[in-house]
Design a protein around this ligand. Structure first.
Ligand SMILES: [Mn+2]
Length: 345
């Protein structure tokens, strides 16, 4: 397992900000929002900004607390001040959550510069010059240990982390300025003949990350919620795992008796599996324990954003989708935290 990830997770367990999860708690966790500055080519968030804004408005009205699990802004490509100006409506909503002390955030690799005091001061100055209010209003206290949050649920613990730790590019190069990262990384790649990661290699790396999260959570008997991979996971299962479970169920049933309807359904499931594997690679097949959850991301190209809701004992994987010009909420999965903790004890 990546040493750096392990070390970071230990620190979250020891020093991470602790939130109490009670029966009346309502949380929504979004990760990897990658808000840019609306510049073509460096803002993958642009197409989903309406969905995200509407989702936030609804959660605000319903009294939810908002947890942003890292890579909230795309600061490798854009400046924070320009990002805040470009999406002032989103940041105004953040300010409302902050006012009610209902916003918490964890730092990821793409917004890690927020831990740098000089960077914040510089961006603050730029915002002031353009007549905007103080940054603090939009960026809640990134003080103490910003890399993770601990949710206490009775005797049990849920650890929330972005999950990039141990990735060389993410961990070592962020201290350089934004253009320097681009040029240094390009030069480094040429000098040491590091190939740009092929899609296949990226997918392999993702599977390894997911396995690391699962193994660590199992050893510590905690539930781990991480982002970074952009692949939603619920109770250690991705969409592919769930489709394959359904495929096996249908096959067993068809062995017992023939059924044309089920036959058709099976074909449909198999097509879906193929398509999903083409899109996001093989499943990591983590195991049956409900240890690892991932809210996914807010930059899917097909106008969907995903997140994880927790209300009291219930945890849900949810999505918001644009249907025509109406936004609909989908609950993909749900389960009881008490039951999950019983299984992993
Ligand atoms: Mn990330």
């Amino acid at each position: 397992m990546r040493r750096c990830l392990e070390k970071n997770l230990e620190v979250v367990l020891r020093e991470g900000k602790t939130l109490e999860l009670r029966e009346d708690s309502k949380l929504i966790i979004f990760s990897d929002i990658h808000i840019g500055d609306k510049t073509e080519g460096s803002d993958d968030f642009k197409g989903n900004c309406e969905l995200y804004r509407c989702a936030l408005e609804e959660y605000y009205r319903e009294g939810f607390s908002l947890i942003l699990l890292g890579d909230c802004e795309e600061l490798w490509e854009c400046d924070l001040s320009r990002t805040i100006i470009a999406y002032s409506d989103i940041f105004a909503l953040y300010a409302k959550f902050i006012n009610k002390k209902r916003l918490f955030r964890v730092v990821g690799n793409h917004d890690i510069t927020l831990t740098c005091k000089h960077y914040l001061e510089r961006e603050e100055e730029k915002l002031r010059r353009s007549g905007k209010e103080s940054l603090i209003k939009f960026i809640p206290g990134i003080t103490g240990y910003p890399f993770g949050i601990k949710l206490k649920y009775g005797e049990n613990t849920i650890v929330l982390i972005h999950g990039h730790q141990g990735d060389f590019k993410s961990n070592q190069l962020w201290k350089l300025s934004k253009p320097a990262v681009k040029y240094f990384w390009k030069g480094f790649q040429m000098l040491f003949k590091v190939a740009s990661e092929s899609p296949a290699k990226k997918l392999k790396k993702r599977a390894k990350y997911e396995r690391d999260y699962y193994d660590w959570a199992r050893r510590h008997k905690v539930i781990l919620i991480a982002g970074h991979t952009h692949r939603p996971a619920f109770a250690s299962k991705t969409k592919i795992d769930r489709l394959m479970e359904e495929e096996r169920r249908l096959m067993r049933s068809l062995e017992r008796e023939r059924d044309e309807k089920k036959e058709k359904k099976l074909q449909e499931i198999r097509r879906k599996i193929e398509r999903k594997i083409r899109e996001e690679g093989e499943s990591a097949y983590l195991g049956d324990l409900p240890l690892y959850f991932n809210p996914g991301c807010c930059i899917f190209p097909d106008s969907v954003i995903t997140g994880i809701e927790i209300t009291g004992d219930e945890i849900r994987l949810v999505g918001f989708k644009l249907k025509g010009c109406k936004i609909s909420k989908i609950i993909y999965e749900k389960g009881s935290l008490k039951k999950y903790f019983k299984r992993i004890a």
